[in-house]
Design a protein around this ligand. Structure first.
Ligand SMILES: *[C@@H]1O[C@H](CO)[C@@H](O)[C@H](O)[C@H]1NC(C)=O
Ligand SMILES: *[C@@H]1O[C@H](CO)[C@@H](O)[C@H](O)[C@H]1NC(C)=O
Ligand SMILES: *[C@@H]1O[C@H](CO)[C@@H](O)[C@H](O)[C@H]1NC(C)=O
Length: 503
């Protein structure tokens, strides 16, 4: 490992007092969370049910933790209703998730009833409640050992698979420790192993390449000149950036990293000749991790953001437990939208089923085209993209005015939402309990209503991990630094003073 233990600059980055500024656009979940997005999530549901008895206890253990960012109970119902509509299924149809519902997860963070993705995922990663924005640090901004790091320490293989940026809050909480989710340059630096623990993630697949490229290149969104692609290669990790390179990755040959530029495309917009699907990435990851651990008595820990496709894998590998849970609900989605006094007890999946592109993609088109025949162009966009032949006059004249891309995006989404009678109470997150799904050995322990941190506890217990040990390792290093150099984090320094005296 090429850690420079005790290097003040190193630790500065770890704590997040480094060069990172609020540079990146903050994630706007609401933007992503159009009805269109939900449709794409439905497509990922593969319904396979093979009933196996899990009476035996398997000692070689794997954990697959799937975090469906922003999915509340209404989204799950939406998915079922939608699938029933499209596939003409009976009322008593069960989705593959319905089959494995075990309970619910309570999502609040330490400083708000409404969590963000950073605190929401840190609850799973460190098994503790923390403040919104925290990446792998506790409410006092002290780094906390994660299930991924502890698993790595005990000889498990580790992986992160996402369609967002790999430096985005959810995957970041497992593999980095910074005081703010916006510090994505620092997160990337830690993810390639340049922090006190060294490289902890055996494989990372997802978007976010720009945070790994030096700021002197046009594609970069880093705050400094470091070339993390190069540095990661020097650490023995392969890097891929195209569909072809992804396809060519073979277990035993490569260790591998990042693909794509920013967030990867929504499933509905994805060009399969350019980008692998989440399903393909997950399958590839499972293949690699299985290969890596073939001769070991330890299995692996894999976090997949946003999917539900691996039940079959659990059936075939009985030491595996799969947990699927959201970090929080988004949008206050309601499956009905009664505006007036007259009861309207219905919602229509049909308008949603006609959508061909995300409103994000369509809004980009609308922002670009200002020729004289713009009206016709708008009609084309609405017809081809949303499946609506007769755009209303007031919609047409609204869309014909110059607006921001975001305004177009919301407006387009609302056209379909209104026709479907879907309501959204917020553009952000909400605090409702989310559904908890689990399948495989030991999953009975997750029955009932749980705090999100108990899902972290469950993983610790299942893999027999020790998070405190990792926390101590992280803190020891940090304290050394705060002794050397006074920073604005004096409360942090004081709080952990006694740790130093022990040594
Ligand atoms: C690139 O990073 C260097 C520090 O490594 C900094 O001095 C410079 O201002 C950065 N340039 C841009 C365009 O951000
Ligand atoms: C919308 O989706 C269709 C079908 O996948 C595709 O052919 C078309 O190029 C997409 N439109 C935009 C604007 O991306
Ligand atoms: C959505 O569309 C409906 C029908 O045109 C309209 O009444 C409503 O104000 C719109 N809502 C938003 C938030 O734009």
């Amino acid at each position: 490992m090429s850690n420079n233990h005790g290097d003040p600059a190193e630790t500065e980055r770890l704590l997040g007092f480094g060069p990172e500024r609020k540079k990146t656009r903050r994630e706007l979940c609401a933007v992503l969370f159009t009805a269109v997005l939900i449709v794409s999530a439905v497509i990922g549901i593969v319904s396979i049910w093979l009933s196996l008895s899990h009476a035996d206890s398997y000692e070689k253990r794997n954990v697959i933790l799937m975090i469906s960012d922003g999915f509340g109970p209404a989204s799950e119902t939406f998915a079922r209703n939608y699938k029933q509509h499209v596939d003409k299924l009976d009322y008593n149809y069960f989705t593959s998730l319905d089959e494995i519902l075990v309970g619910s997860s309570r999502t609040r963070s330490s400083d708000s009833l409404v969590t963000d993705s950073a605190a929401g995922a840190t609850a799973f990663a460190c098994a503790l409640k923390t403040y919104n924005g925290a990446i792998g640090v506790n409410p006092e901004k002290v780094p906390c050992g994660t299930v991924l790091e502890s698993a790595k320490h005990f000889g498990f293989a580790t992986g992160l698979v996402v369609t967002s940026r790999i430096t985005h809050a959810t995957p970041a909480t497992f593999s980095a420790h910074v005081i703010s989710r916006d510090m994505e340059s620092d997160i990337a630096t830690q993810q390639i192993g340049d922090y006190p623990l060294g490289r902890q993630v055996d494989l990372m697949i997802g978007g976010g390449r720009c945070f790994f490229l030096p700021n002197s290149t046009s594609e970069s969104c880093r705050v400094d000149e470091r070339d993390l692609v190069k540095e990661s290669k020097e650490r023995g990790f392969n890097y891929f950036s195209s569909r072809k390179e992804f396809d060519n990755l073979e277990p035993g040959k490569d260790k591998y990293d990042i693909c794509n530029t920013y967030h990867m495309s929504y499933e509905i917009d994805r060009d399969s000749s350019q980008e692998p699907s989440l399903k393909e990435m997950s399958e590839k990851a499972l293949k690699f991790l299985e290969y890596e651990t073939a001769d070991s008595d330890k299995g692996f820990f894999l976090m997949i953001e946003g999917s539900r496709i691996v039940k079959k894998y659990v059936d075939e590998h009985p030491g595996t437990v799969m947990i699927s849970v959201s970090d929080h609900e988004t949008g206050g989605l309601s499956l009905a939208r009664q505006d007036s006094g007259n009861p309207e007890y219905l919602w229509y999946p049909e308008p949603v089923s006609l959508v061909k592109n995300s409103s994000y993609i369509l809004s980009k088109e609308l922002s670009k085209y200002w020729n004289n025949d713009r009206e016709d162009y708008i009609k084309d966009i609405v017809r081809d993209g949303l499946g609506i032949d007769d755009v209303e006059d007031h919609d047409l004249s609204w869309l014909n005015q110059p607006r921001s891309q975001l305004e177009y995006e919301y407006y387009l989404a609302n056209i379909t939402n209104y026709k479907a009678r879907l309501g959204w109470a917020t553009h952000g997150h909400s605090s409702v309990d989310v559904n908890l799904y689990a399948y495989g050995q030991g999953s009975e322990a997750l029955r009932g209503n749980h705090e999100n941190i108990e899902i972290g506890d469950f993983i610790v217990e299942y893999l027999n991990l020790d998070l405190d040990y990792i926390t101590e390792k992280l803190i020891r290093h940090v304290i050394k630094y705060t002794f050397h150099q006074a920073t604005d984090s004096t409360h942090f320094y004081k709080r952990d003073h006694h740790h130093c005296n022990h040594k």
